[in-house]
Design a protein around this ligand. Sequence first.
Ligand code: C5P
Length: 308
Amino acid sequence: MSAITVRVPAKVNLQLAVGPLREDGYHDLVNVFHAVSLFDEVTAAEPADGDLSAAPLRVRVEGDHTGEVPVSDDNLAVRAAMALADRAGRSYRADLLIRKSIPVAGGMAGGSADAAAALVACNELWGLGLPVEDLMEIAADIGSDVPFALLGGTAVGTGRGERLAPLETAGIFHWVFALADGGLSTPRVYGECDRLREEAGVAAPTPAVSEALLAALREGDAKALGQALSNDLQPAALALRPSLADTLAAGRAHGALGALVSGSGPTCAFLAESAERAHELAGLIKDVDGCRAVVTAHGPVPGATVAG
Ligand code: C5P
């Protein structure tokens, strides 16, 4: 094989319960991940030029608003491919092409998704045949959200979000995502969450999974799911980007079953009762101030998968 393309979904957090700051700089979480049908594609190809002096791993990025995506070794997909080569115990070469549809720095784990896709693509391109358990381990070292992008579906993450247990769900849920101009830095949003808690004199609670949320997922009950959605990072994201409050309010006013900031934001997620309602809702939200674009998607969908 001279090129492998992998399709990988975005995620929305159905529950993000943030515990205390740990010694290692991370927070203990209960993080209910849900993979939605908004995809990036990563192609790993054997370098055509045979230029052995070039960097062993090169990356290009295509798509809208990709200016902030690094095309250096800081790119999470490059780091993932390097970590995979390390695990295999030798150096390998690949040209990576990332085609982005997942918003950049949007709270939908786009960078993590690309890292997961690069692991699957390079594992195949280089004929390593590493089992998914090994890819999961490498993924957890790259970032807290990377293992879920391999797994997909709906799952609860504990620890810093990397220890995953798949969840049983029924049916399909329909979503609208309101994309905002510019991203929000994840460490900054976590820091603001700590600061707001300190200012209010509130101790960080021990995170626990919502039983109401689990029941709604099991039963495929979109109305109950809408009421059970929660995100402890939302007050921090709203403090850093006050215009998101208007976006959320517009979705609620137009009948969304639930509305929340996705992860660390600034993307806002709205649950609708059907695909048709999601399209209507998207049309009603798109002109709200601070909203750059809207997209509809459904979930759950599978994790990183070789395309075609
Ligand atoms: O794991 P990842 O590199 O994606 O995390 C990015 C940043 O998000 C971390 O550096 C940390 O500031 C914050 N984070 C956290 N607690 C978690 C996950 C992420 O504080 N459980």
